[in-house]
Ligand binder design. Structure first.
Ligand code: NDP
Ligand code: HSE
Length: 436
């Protein structure tokens, strides 16, 4: 049978890795796909740049349209990134009747609803396993392996750069900026690394996971998002003292009133498996009504781990080339006409426990004032630590863990506590999840 011809847009970290894996494992891949898979064309901005892959035998161009408009090519692999150019290119590829594989989570989270509708109309596949959690096949697990279940919740470490930074800061006391530079050099970070550290990349990924888990439209704009830039060394060590580890999590949870979608630093008990996921590794914990808890772990970023997911998608597309498009696995796991408009809860309606750190003046009655305010907002304290004055500072740090409460109540309580004359500065709050 004739080989399937693939055009790769982008020859950077993931594009280079994809070509390397396709070349190195060509025989195994062909045995699995049932046909040879050949990268015939590739594009990049600068054709003189040194590449991590061997581009011998591949026709190179600076214009992705040369590839997308080439009638010989069956599958377009979009590995440029960003959302506007990538969206235009993917929509033209679909209009040209080509199947698309992408690792671009921003593209899918922001424009997936439109892209999938166009793809369905044209009877082509758009595969995006690499868009979430790098090399972990979490999309396939949710969409296919867990399709018997009502998914009740999922929680994941879904940004490798952020987890790498938190781990290096905690274990080696390294500076935030220094670790971020290393993550960039290793090819983990986004072109704009604020996407990693401000939680935007994790929110893109959570948008995709939630859609596939609950059969809802992609709704990036409804996600509550906080990054990792405000996590301090003190919080890391107080959390440890209380038996917790701070991780940056994406959480999606079905409640009686709607779905919680949130990305933020989170205290999790150190004995949980997911608390021990370090460095660039990602992990996603999924709870289904039939299966219970399941956990998926692996490299969340990097050249070949991500290429592993891209190439698996290419193989899936090749296997399905001769099948009736009506029988393809739906892009978002649920049939397009069965996507449901379940309400997404706003941030005030989130229910969680909290870690609070505040500095108070060393005076009698201060603590009573703080606990009175919490009680007035029906917030119960679970654990409490009071420290002596810190170096060069006469105020005393107080650290509390609360029981589960409504975010709205906590916001009101924090406002009243910060207004007390005896409280110095602001209250630092980190959400706590037991994930039990
Ligand atoms: P890179 O920056 O390493 O590579 C991007 C490639 O696209 C480069 O070859 C670049 O050309 C080319 N390119 C950039 N802009 C243009 C343009 N305007 N026109 C034509 N070509 C262009 O990115 P990554 O490989 O890291 O990421 C690619 C995608 O994969 C992104 O969507 C990213 O979010 C996603 N992803 C990345 C992961 C990772 O670990 N890096 C993991 C999972 C997903 P040139 O080389 O000449 O500059
Ligand atoms: N910048 C992303 C991360 C790449 O660090 O997780 C993988 O999606």
């Amino acid at each position: 049978m004739k080989p399937v011809k693939v055009g790769v847009l982008g020859l950077g970290t993931v594009g280079g890795g994809t070509i390397n894996v396709l070349r190195r494992n060509a025989t195994e891949i062909s045995r699995r796909a049932g046909r040879d898979i050949l990268v015939t064309h590739a594009s990049a901005r600068d054709l003189d740049k040194k590449r991590i892959c061997n581009t011998e035998g591949i026709i190179l161009t600076t214009d992705p349209l040369d590839i997308i408009n080439n009638p010989e090519i069956d599958i377009i692999v979009e590995l440029i990134g960003g959302e506007s150019l990538a969206k235009d290119l993917v929509l033209i590829a679909i209009a040209n009747g080509k199947h698309v594989v992408t690792a671009n989570k921003a593209l899918i989270a922001l424009h997936g609803n439109e892209i999938f509708a166009q793809a369905k109309q044209k009877g082509v596949m758009v595969a995006f396993e690499a868009a979430v959690a790098g090399g972990i096949p979490i999309i396939k697990a949710l969409r296919e392996g867990l399709s018997a279940n009502c998914i009740e919740s999922l929680a994941g470490i879904i940004n490798g750069t952020g987890n790498f930074i938190l781990t290096e800061m905690r274990d080696k006391g390294r500076d935030f900026a220094d670790v971020l530079s290393e993550a960039q050099a290793l090819g983990y970070a986004e072109a704009d690394p604020t996407f990693d550290v401000e939680g935007i990349d994790a929110a893109h990924k959570l948008t995709i996971l939630a859609s596939i888990a609950f059969g809802i439209p992609l709704q990036f704009e409804k996600i509550f998002t906080e990054g990792i830039t405000n996590i301090s060394r003190e919080d890391v060590s107080y959390a440890e003292e209380l038996g917790y580890i701070i991780k940056h999590l994406g959480i999606a949870r079905k409640t009686a009133n709607g779905i919680e979608l949130r990305v933020h630093p989170t205290l999790i008990p150190h004995r949980r498996l997911i608390a021990n996921v370090d460095g660039v590794k990602n992990a996603v914990l999924v709870h289904g009504d039939a299966v219970g808890d399941t956990l998926y772990y692996g490299a969340g970023a990097g050249s070949e781990p991500t290429a592993s997911a891209v190439v698996a998608d290419i193989i899936d597309v090749v296997r399905a080339l001769t099948t009736d498009p009506e029988n393809h696995v739906p892009h978002l796991a649920f049939q397009a006409n069965a996507i449901a408009d379940i309400p997404i809860l706003n941030a005030d309606a989130i229910e969680t426990a909290y870690y609070l750190r505040l500095n108070v003046q060393d005076k009698t009655g201060v603590l009573a004032e703080v606990t009175r305010i919490l009680a007035e907002h029906s917030i119960s304290i679970e654990a409490f630590i009071q420290k002596g004055p810190q170096q060069n500072d006469s105020s005393l740090p107080i650290i509390m863990l609360t029981q589960i409460t409504l975010e709205k109540q906590m916001n009101a309580a924090i406002k009243s506590i910060e207004a007390l004359d005896t409280v110095v500065g602001t209250v630092n709050r980190i959400r706590v999840e037991n994930l039990g």
